[in-house]
Design a protein around this ligand. Sequence first.
Ligand code: PLP
Length: 382
Amino acid sequence: MNTMTRAASETGDPLLLTPGPLTTSRSVKQAMVHDWGSRDDGFIRINREVLARVAELADATQTHVTVPMQGSGTFAVEAMLTSFVPAGGKVALLVNGAYGHRAKKILDIARRAVVAIETAEDKPVDVAALDRLLAADKTVSHVFVVHCETTSGVLNPLEQVSATAARHGRALLIDAMSAFGAIPLSAKTIRFDAMAASSNKCLEGVPGLGFVLCRKEALAKCKGNATSLTLDLEDQWSAFERTGQYRFTPPIHVIVALHQAIAEHAAEGGVAGRGGRYSANCRILIEGMRALGFETLLPDALQAPIIVTFRMPTDPAFVFQAFYDKLKARGFIIYPGKLTVADSFRIGCIGRIGGDQMRLALQAVTEVLNELGVRQPLRRAA
Ligand SMILES: *Cc1c(COP(=O)(O)O)cnc(C)c1O
């Protein structure tokens, strides 16, 4: 009888090969098995360390402060956009996927003027078009870009976007959610007013806390911009300055787990170490899947080592739901596609997973293809 490949996390759970939430270590989850009061000195110290460490990861200690925001990553993005863009502002949005579209929706609801520069999901954002727009439209106050567009996994040219915005004297707002902690982003080389990220992606914490790195002078000018009480970053920060505390109940367990996760990130060698493991995962995945006959959406030069989009097989024997279920039975959770340009599915390379697990995932894919009777994934139907 054939033995079936089986994989599990340190706590016996399926491995999450998704864009988040991700597989976390046992020690990160174990950090949560206590209670703390929100005014407890121990918790206040841990929170302060977390905020300081986040700024250090972006070389931003001198120039920026980390303002935490309760909620998932989108809460932090919405807090960033609605706190930084004043009523008379206008945002040039660089859009090449769902997270760019989401930023537009946030700004539309907040009744902020936007101009979107949209490119296809399998292309990086268009820096030349941004340059032309900023030259032509002096009313644009801010530029928004997503570092790694998780919709496809494409890495956007952040340095060029930042240089273009800076040359035209406009402020840059970055959604670095899926890249922060694994792809270098230094405030010394990338000029930004704000950058949003979260606890549960490349930092490998649990979900529940977003944060925004805010340029100090820019944040000071945000008073009165916010369109809601809860998502007001300037007010959240002023409260910290005055009291050292959150205005509303903090997700204490999430923050304590993030403190542990950041210690593990440092032990792995920081951004270089974490990014190195993910890059190795990504290479193993792409080479192995190509050897099985799959095609990636993106050429390697555009691929961030975060999540990989594969074209949906055309072999009539391939049924995505069966493929998904059979991988899940082997301990691997993959992710459906979110593209409009092509039918696809995604496999993530981030979270507490390494080369051995990626190789097991490829073994599981091989078994599942055999079970389904798929011999050439991209074979055209006769
Ligand atoms: C995950 C992610 C977010 C936030 O998503 P939530 O589901 O709100 O956590 C925002 N932007 C990008 C690019 C992401 O990958």
